[in-house]
Design a protein around this ligand. Sequence first.
Ligand SMILES: Nc1ncnc2c1ncn2[C@@H]1O[C@H](COP(=O)(O)OP(=O)(O)OP(=O)(O)O)[C@@H](O)[C@H]1O
Length: 366
Amino acid sequence: MVGGQEPMSLAPLALPITNGTTFYNKYRLMQPIGRGAFGEVWLAQDQAVNHQYAIKILNSGIGIDQRLREAQVGHAFTHNNLVRVHQADVATDGKVVIAMDYFPDGSITTLANPVNFLPLPMALRTIIDMLQGLEHLHSHNFFHNDVKPQNILRGQHGQAKLADYGIVGISPTGAPVQPSSWYVLHAAPETVAGNGIEARTDIFQTGLTLFRLLVGLGTLEAKFHSLGLAAYADALVKGKLITRTDFPAYIPNAVCRAVLTSIDPDPTRRFQSALEMRRALEKLSFPGHWTLDVSGGLTGVDAKHTYRFEHVVAGCANASFTAFKRNSASGRETRVSQFTEKNLTNAGATKLETSFIKAVVEGIVT
Ligand SMILES: Nc1ncnc2c1ncn2[C@@H]1O[C@H](COP(=O)(O)OP(=O)(O)OP(=O)(O)O)[C@@H](O)[C@H]1O
């Protein structure tokens, strides 16, 4: 059970963190696989049972109890969508070493296309999976409080696994608790206002995570850098940081609404539970989506075709829009006459482009 009571033994030596170092006579470090604010993560071989683990080595900047709590939370739950911690220990130099399941595919951020977003079905699937992990944590009154793309790992069968329990809040009753810290890009209004974290705070962070998966992993960071901390927090609190216009045309309205509901500044207007949010997302299914091809152009994809378009502007009142679809099996490309027109204004061509993009997602291109 969580609560600082796990047995621990002191490792005899403060060891260097480098290839070949062996912790606790069994975890032999093989290669670094990631770095966070509080330490680093290594792939290690457990020489006793011949199995690979991810070893997180947490530096001594924060108290041992708090760092061990991360391990205790990760050890307390066994769930298909939560990363499991197997063991933890404290070295004599104060480093905390945590052994957890190793996921060779890393975080879902590795699936992003050249402009840093995930295909719509993959983004929705990831969040639906991850919400099941959150449901499990919430059912025990644990609030994750660090939901973000880097903390969602890819399991053996492609399923999303929520990781990193470093700033989890544990509530005896389910009431809000004060977090030890929070991730500034995803800070919910109630957290900024000093009212702590609760299950709906994780919903807020999940909404921002979904937004980043759909629109661009770096989108919030870019807003943060252009606005500065105070204006960014103010916009989040007022519900103005992300509006409908921040979503490109290839994100369906129902998905935009789900994101905007989950990041409503008023927790009572968000999805009220991870289950409610999951059920809402499970209803959203689209035959097509758009991604970027290697040359930087948008490419539509569905089960049978790929789609592209040419939007040519020859003068202020002389634009044309041509839509194409290519049969994926035969490779044959044809024009889509329903969405092809000449002698348009640029605004008219842009309108047709938006309609085509949406039609591909909704599967209504004939
Ligand atoms: N169990 C694991 N298996 C495979 N890769 C992992 C595992 N745990 C973490 N990683 C990789 O290491 C990276 C760093 O993880 P870590 O939890 O230390 O930091 P973070 O979440 O990125 O940052 P912070 O600690 O600042 O929130 C992750 O983004 C992921 O790519």
